[in-house]
Design a binder for this molecule. Sequence first.
Ligand SMILES: Cc1ncc(C[n+]2csc(CCOP(=O)(O)OP(=O)(O)O)c2C)c(N)n1
Length: 627
Amino acid sequence: MLEKVNSVKDLKKLNIEDKKILAKDLRKYILEIVSKNGGHLASNLGVVELTIALHSVFDVPEDKIVWDVGHQSYVHKILTGRKDKMKTLRKLGGLAGFPKTNESETDCFNTGHSSTSISVALGMARARDIKGKDNNVIAVIGDGALTGGMALEALNDAGCSGTKMLVILNDNEMSISKNIGGMNMFLSKLRTKRTYTKSNVSLKKIINKIPVVGKPFVKIVQRVKRSIKQLIIPKMFFEDIGFRYLGPVDGHDIAELERMLKITKELDGPVLLHVLTKKGKGYKIAEENPDKYHATSPFDIETGEAKGKKKKDYSKVFGEKLINLAKENKNIVAITASMKDGTGLKEFQKEFPDRFFDIGIAEQHAVGLAAGMAKAGLIPFVPIYSSFYQRAYDQVIHDVAIQNLPVIMLVDRAGIVGQDGETHQGEFDMAFFRLVPNLIIMAPKDFKELESMMEFAVKIKKPVVIRYPRGGEDSKIIFDKHNDINLGRAEILNKGKDISIIAIGKTVARAMEVANKLKENNIEAEVINARFLKPLDRKTVKKSIEKTKNVVTLEDGTIINGLGTAIKELIIDDNLKDIKIKSFAYPDEFIKHGQVNELEKIYHQDEKSIYEYIIKLKEEEKKKKQE
Ligand SMILES: Cc1ncc(C[n+]2csc(CCOP(=O)(O)OP(=O)(O)O)c2C)c(N)n1
């Protein structure tokens, strides 16, 4: 059936039985693609019927469908003319793993971070009204994403707006792992009321068909039903805040979904349709382990086993070290914003369930909560991915830094992350944290140094940021010496007189690789592991620069306001003369998806580019001297 469907136009011609076959084909195709390219599997398998129904009832691009997070948009992509291109999913130059307006006019908004869809959809609906148009606007949001503050702020606004819009709550009881929190408790009460709304809606339709008395009568009946509903479902939250609530509806029943969606089209004001889906639906291995297959690297379809061996990564090292530290110090607690697997906290939760807090997709709250805990004598560790720390920026400044509270902020997936693309690249954290007073900002060169930095962070009793990349130690360089961590002190890893290579975090290993290669050309590079972006070890850096007069800085982040900027400031502030400096960092732009090593090459951050720059520099220097 999938062969026949190249667009939503083709889809709309199918009957329900054909659509059921199409759903099967779509699942098979998604499985085939994701097992090869990696990507978000379970969420997409869960929304196959919902996406078919949406595109059967609504008309994109006139109608606007805003996919929250956007990780579940694969079916949408396939049905909107990108079927064949799916083979390029998440690859360099290929389709993105999230909606992109420049990919298709049916992607009405770029997403990637959670909980944005209701705000955006409300904005589009208000714009529609002001412009006198009549298109539909739909936000598709998961129960996990609904735990995010932005989604709740938007519900609050939309509910009283009177604006016609549809929020589809795709409820699979899962965030990445099991969903948590008060909203989840509330939803679980609604989930059990399966039959209620079905009869409610059909009754309304029947009454509506009665001539003359129909419309006024239906209003009275609805009022009565609303009060009955209040009795059956205690505190009917959505209706209380101004939404018309419909559901729950079986999210794998295409006919029922289409029927309900058609009804929502006829209703004015904000409507919430509660859809129950199963994460991983149709692929048993993912149904049984929806968290594991939420996002996956390439795997074998038969066994579900990952292709290629999973190497130890920084998140795991962090999680293991935290357990050790917590055994010695009862004040240590851990907070995650719905990412316990990704950030390496799964085992910590098992070991210290009372000192572990999964607080939903709520990065702002995570940092605010940590600040309160720190003020009251605890030592909170808060690992959040770099790009999601953007959410908690004010909390870091206002709740943590101003009060100089000992919150330990682990910036996971810092730097270029690869295939998730521009919304997920972690290139900005050094830039935005560096300008915050009181923060101590570090990045380890390897696993061992991460452990030492964590120990140091516990001792120093100040706000600390430790950033580390996605993945593990991916260099041939093995550091055998590990100096103690001292506040604001860098370490010199290689002495040299010809050029200073100052690096931080994962780029330190690259600096050593380059230095080793330069040795073969009789160029002696001094390699400095900065360790601290803030406070910078001005003394060590200055001494080296004054000696070599040539500086290269390396960092896995944006060119603006990172290590390179800090060194340039030092050169100017301290009036160092005749210095040549080149900063290797990412340009002032959003970095698209692709493998990390591919992107490093494109942006000239790889070993070869750095090596060649230095060789050229030294050749030019030589020429000048000879002249
Ligand atoms: C601000 C932010 N924090 C964390 C994430 C990582 N993340 C991606 S999907 C997801 C879970 C979403 O759950 P839900 O909305 O229920 O969708 P499902 O995958 O269950 O369909 C999380 C935590 C994110 N994308 N954005």
